[in-house]
Design a protein around this ligand. Structure first.
Ligand code: FES
Length: 156
């Protein structure tokens, strides 16, 4: 287990379902080549970050299947963050551009499924941008706290 995953998976065991005091569960799909390394950098650099995020490493954001997002939301996530290489830096040339093109459709799909589309967010963070990753997670946690718990989740 890397420092980033240790830090980010440290715990959100005590949950309440009321708006305000609840601690959101965020699933973050991070591409191996940039954002996962950025998250690891944030951990090894001891940057302050809310412990609400569970990171799932994927090879490229272009690999994101809409079902990943829907399953995450139905299985307990209050929000889903997708984080990958900056446009032009994708290890597979254009995976992130393909995702960016599909992201609006992804939001529509989530809304059609009865979930607030603001629960999903896309950000770019390079391997050297632990601070960007940290800010993305912090902002996401704050936004989801305002939205409240995910009513579509099946329960704890
Ligand atoms: S390899 Fe990082 S988004 Fe494609």
């Amino acid at each position: 287990m890397t420092a980033a995953s240790q830090k980010t998976s440290s715990s959100t065991k005590s949950k309440t379902k009321t708006k305000g005091s609840f601690e959101p569960r965020i699933v973050a799909f991070c591409c191996n080549w940039c954002s996962y390394a950025g998250a690891d950098l944030a951990g090894t650099s001891r940057m302050q970050m809310p412990p609400n995020v569970r990171i799932i490493r994927i090879n490229c954001t272009g690999r994101i299947d809409p079902q990943f997002i829907l399953d995450s939301l139905y299985q307990g996530a209050d929000g889903v963050l997708i984080s990958g290489c900056h446009p032009g830096d994708c290890h597979y040339t254009s995976g992130n551009l393909k995702l960016r093109g599909r992201f609006a459709l992804l939001k529509n799909l989530v809304e059609e499924a009865g979930v607030n589309p603001e629960r999903i967010h896309l950000q770019w963070a390079s391997a050297a941008e632990g601070d960007v990753f940290t800010k993305g997670v912090t902002g996401m946690v704050e936004r989801i706290k305002k939205i409240g718990p995910n009513p579509a989740r099946k329960g704890d």
